[in-house]
Design a protein around this ligand. Sequence first.
Ligand SMILES: [Ca+2]
Length: 191
Amino acid sequence: MKESLTIVVLLLMSSNFVDSSIAPKKGVDPPAFPLDKCDTGRGWLQYNEHCYKLISPPEGGKSASAIESICEVEGPSKGGSAISFLADVHSQAENDFIAEVVAGGNRAWLGASRFGGNWYWRINVKRGNQEPGLPYTNWKPNEPSNTLNRENCIEINRGPPGRWNDLYCSRKRPGVCKYSIAEWADGVVPK
Ligand SMILES: [Ca+2]
């Protein structure tokens, strides 16, 4: 009896017993909503009131527009229209979540495009908001470089973790999709 108790105590003390995969990631705020609003079985992860998913094609990546087409199909639709697009980013905390948790530190497309010298979040344009500019940015030093005046899309995790780089939209990358839980759930914000 004593012996089996000792074994149990030793097992509990063993570092192998601790599942490090469920430990919170450094620098990432806990989500405000319960983790049951996104389809985790299909790879969607929740952060606050949005769901996120990394699209990582077997060949390593696709152009920004090709990945965005996959986002539209992978996410839910509402009234027959897709509500999932390449991700827009609005805070350092959200950027950390996307960079570390969703993209796992890998370079991946975000949902911005440059038109006429101005940056736009593509989801805003799709919704009829033509206001230029990105209120939050996290550029790598010396970016955006707009090399040859042709770098009209944005990837995350270029150089230091979480940093952004502008590059040719036709380059092959994985990408981060995002949709709003409230929009999906008919405007009812989950409690
Ligand atoms: Ca660049």
